[in-house]
Design a protein around this ligand. Structure first.
Ligand code: SF4
Ligand code: SF4
Length: 250
C-alpha cells in the first residue's frame, strides 16, 4: 500500500489487488468476531466445558435439495455396476473403518455436515464396484452378480439429494453400512481427521462447527459429546462492523 493511502488512513491503495486483500482482512476479522460470539454463546448455554475453549471446524456445504431417483439414473447405475463387475474393477481403498478408528463423538460431525464427500459418490456410481458386489455375493451364496446388482438397485431411496450420490438422502446414506463400499466407511476428510485428533487428546472438548460458503455460513452448531446444538441467532459476518481501534481516552 502506498504512503499516501497510509497517510489518509485508507486500508487499500485503490488497486484491485490491494482492495481485494483489504477486503479479505476485514472478512477474516468478522469471521473471528462470529467465532467469538459463538464461543460466548456456547459458554453461556453450558454447551461444553468452560475450562477449554471450543475447537473450530469449518465445513463446505453439502447438497440439500431432494430430487427423485429416476429410472434413467437406475439404468445408468445398473450399467456402470455391470461394467465394473465384467472388468473386475476394484477400488481397494485402504484404511480402517471410521466407526472403529475415530472417537464416536467425532463421527457425529458427518451428520452435521450432511455428506459433502458423498458428492463424489454421484461421479463414481456410489463407489459400488466388483469388490462391493463380491462381498454381497459372499453373504448370499448361490446368487449371481445380477442378483447383487438387483439388491443394490432395490436399496435405492425414492429421492436423493440433487447433485449427490444416488443413496444420499436428507438423513444420511440410505445404504446399510455393511453394503457400502470400503471408501464410504473409511474416508476421513481433513476436518474430521483434525476433530478426531482433538477429541482423542481432550475427549470432553466441544467444537463450533460452521458450514461456510464464501462470506456466509449456512449452518452453525456446537458439537459436544456427539450431540449437535444449533446456533440459530448468530449474525453473518457481513452484518458485523469490522473490529475498529479501541476508543481514545478523553
Ligand atoms: S467425512 Fe467430512 S466431508 Fe464427509 S460427511 Fe464426514 S465431515 Fe462431511
Ligand atoms: S453410498 Fe452412501 S456413503 Fe457412499 S457415497 Fe453414497 S451416500 Fe455416501
Amino acid at each position: 500500500m502506498g504512503a499516501l493511502a497510509q497517510r489518509l488512513k485508507q486500508t487499500h491503495c485503490g488497486s484491485a489487488t490491494c482492495r481485494q486483500r483489504a477486503d479479505q482482512e476485514v472478512l477474516q476479522g468478522r469471521w473471528q468476531q462470529v467465532v467469538a460470539l459463538a464461543t460466548e454463546h456456547a459458554v453461556q448455554q453450558r454447551l461444553g466445558p468452560t475450562s477449554t475453549p471450543p475447537a473450530v471446524v469449518w465445513l463446505d456445504p453439502a447438497p440439500r435439495q431432494l430430487t427423485p431417483v429416476t429410472d434413467a439414473l437406475r439404468e445408468q447405475l445398473a450399467q456402470a455396476w455391470r461394467q465394473a463387475w465384467a472388468e473386475d474393477r476394484r477400488r481397494g481403498y485402504r484404511g480402517a473403518d471410521t466407526a472403529q478408528a475415530l472417537p464416536a463423538a467425532a463421527t457425529a460431525l458427518c451428520a452435521q455436515c450432511g455428506g459433502t464427500c458423498c458428492v463424489q459418490g454421484a461421479l463414481h456410481h456410489a463407489f459400488v464396484d466388483a469388490e462391493t458386489l463380491e462381498r454381497w455375493l459372499l453373504e448370499h451364496p448361490g446368487q449371481t452378480s445380477e442378483d447383487a446388482i438387483a439388491a443394490y438397485l432395490a436399496a435405492l431411496p425414492e429421492q436423493h439429494l440433487d447433485g449427490g450420490c444416488a443413496f444420499q438422502t436428507a438423513t444420511g446414506c440410505h445404504l446399510p453400512r455393511e453394503q457400502r463400499a470400503d471408501i464410504c466407511n473409511r474416508y476421513v476428510c481433513p476436518a474430521l481427521d483434525e476433530l478426531g485428533d482433538t477429541l482423542r487428546a481432550t475427549p470432553d472438548r466441544a467444537a463450533l462447527v460452521f458450514t461456510r460458503q464464501r462470506r456466509r455460513f449456512e449452518r452453525a452448531a456446537v458439537l459436544h459429546q456427539g450431540r449437535a446444538t444449533p446456533l440459530n441467532h448468530l449474525p453473518q459476518p457481513d452484518e458485523l462492523q469490522p473490529p475498529g481501534p479501541p476508543p481514545q481516552a478523553r
